[in-house]
Design a protein around this ligand. Structure first.
Ligand code: NAD
Length: 477
């Protein structure tokens, strides 16, 4: 039976469920049905949030944090049910989905703890008998727009720091993955979050997301998604002089040096190239090899690709789920055709889709001028490229508009340090997959991958959701 969802506005659940989301592994199965929100729904949500925010901000931060801690415990207790819903609507494997739900739990617990830590500093004042210190004040009501590829982790890592800082939120999940996000709202509600502090509006991006970007009642908008949509939102939000954070696409390189073990390097490349069906902003999509390891790496990567047979993520043993939607499948197939037409050699067997199940593809002979080396595919497609040496490999890695995540595989510390010095990426990995991050580390990119002003996750997330008040407290008068 599909789950019927409704907008969460203040204490009410409203709107008639009319938009169906089907299971990418079995498009005959309807997973969830949501209402079709619009400008008016967003306005009602902003008003409910504005009414609830002052009392929420007055609540001591440890009490706000305690609600997040309880929500984390509730979600941990139902991790299997939430993960199964996530698989049904997004398509990743159950193991991947459990990992994502566990990440959402960690984030709730981390920011729950922030309620007791707080931020601010005390500095020596130049004026005698004066206490000079800073306070972090919430922005007020903030808008959050999230993508489908981490449908519970991303809404959680944006919402939790906003809430603990004392903001109220209007959240719009991706239209095709409403159910996972609903589980977050449900856990917070059951944990005692006052009505109106988190409002959820469902519906199409252009209508609901566009209304969030434009709404004058929202002091900030945090967006994760594609570059084209993100930059459009940025111009609207910036024009009304509200705060904006964008986390966008990637074209993440993994450099493999001669001294690496090809099997280990291929395993690392496959984990972030084909894992999550390649649908991660931090996925490895370019593997750049120095001459001595190129051929061995290609052989090992092709062997790895053969292990990633796509299947229904709920079936035991499935290592890779389906492509999320027919639209994304079309994009993947188009890029595969472009890769071949531009002179790439497909070294994996021709990837014929079966429904939305698409086996991985590895291209060799890709040059930096090729579109498949420059543009985000967002599918299980990896381009292997030649480099003369480490510096040439770093030049190739940097020769793109994006700068989200980048990795190197080597046993040589000097090479690793040179890579860390020169690479243009917000997240840098040595001997680890380009995807996969800790919730207590800052997350974000440079160049076209991000607004590169504020960071998400870790204590850095608080910067975006607060402003600094500098207090001079005279001890006498
Ligand atoms: P998308 O841009 O299509 O959609 C993102 C969100 O914006 C969704 O909620 C969508 O409904 C909404 N939206 C769509 N059109 C809109 C409009 N005109 N105005 C306002 N909102 C609108 O992205 P997607 O397909 O959901 O996600 C995939 C993209 O997200 C990839 O490019 C990926 O790299 C990126 N991503 C980035 C990160 C990161 O942290 N850098 C993480 C995950 C995904």
């Amino acid at each position: 039976m599909p789950t019927a969802l409704r907008h969460r506005i203040g204490p009410e659940l409203v709107g008639q469920p009319v938009i169906e989301r089907t299971n990418p592994a079995d498009p005959t199965q309807v997973v969830a049905v949501t209402p079709d929100g619009d400008e008016r729904t967003v306005d009602e949500a902003v008003q409910a949030a504005a009414a609830a925010q002052p009392a929420w901000a007055r609540l001591p931060a440890p009490e706000r944090g305690a609600i997040l801690l309880r929500a984390g415990a509730l979600m941990a207790g139902r991790r299997h049910a939430v993960a199964a819903d996530l698989v049904r609507e997004e398509g990743k494997t159950l193991t991947e989905a459990l990992g994502e739900v566990d990440r959402a739990v960690e984030i709730l617990l981390y920011y729950g703890g922030e309620g007791r830590r707080g931020r601010g500093e005390v500095v020596p004042s130049g004026t005698p008998h004066t206490l000079a210190y800073t306070r972090r004040e919430p922005l007020g009501v903030v808008g959050i727009i999230t993508p489908w590829n981490f449908p519970i982790a991303i809404p959680t890592w944006k919402t939790a720091p906003a809430l603990v800082a004392g903001n109220a939120v209007v959240l719009k999940p991706a239209s095709i993955t409403p159910l996972s996000t609903w589980h977050l709202a449900q856990a917070l509600d059951e944990a005692g979050l006052p009505p109106g502090v988190l409002n959820v509006v469902f519906g199409p991006g252009g209508k609901v997301g566009g209304a969030i970007a434009a709404h004058p009642g929202l002091a900030a908008v945090s967006f994760t998604g594609s570059n084209s949509v993100g930059r459009g939102i940025e111009s609207v939000v910036s024009a009304r002089r509200a705060r904006i954070l964008l986390e966008l696409g990637g074209k993440n390189p993994l450099i493999v040096l001669d001294d690496a073990d090809p099997a280990v390097a291929a395993h690392i490349a496959a984990a972030s190239g084909f894992g999550l069906t390649g649908q991660a902003c931090t996925a490895t999509s370019r593997v750049i090899c120095t001459p001595g390891i190129h051929d061995a790496l290609v052989d090992a990567l092709v062997a790895e690709a053969a292990r990633y047979r796509p299947g229904d993520g709920l079936l035991p043993g499935t290592v890779m789920g389906p492509v999320v939607s027919p639209g994304q499948l079309t994009t993947d197939l188009e890029y595969m055709a472009v890769g071949a037409a531009e002179g790439g050699t497909m070294v994996t067997p021709a990837a014929e889709p079966d429904g939305q199940f698409l086996p991985p593809t590895v291209f060799t002979d890709i040059k930096t001028s090729h579109r498949i080396a420059q543009e985000e595919v967002f599918g299980p497609v990896v381009a292997v490229m030649h480099a003369d040496d480490l510096d040439h490999a770093i030049d190739i890695a940097n020769d793109i508009p994006f700068g989200l995540s980048a990795g190197v595989v080597t046993n040589d510390m000097r090479s690793a340090n040179r890579f860390i010095d020169r690479i243009q990426a917000g997240i840098v990995k040595v001997n680890r997959p380009t995807s996969g991050v800790d919730p207590n580390m800052p997350f974000g990119g440079v160049k076209e991958s991000s607004t590169n002003t504020y960071r998400e996750q870790g204590s850095a997330a608080t910067d975006f959701y607060t402003w600094t008040k500098s207090v001079y407290l005279g001890m006498d008068h």
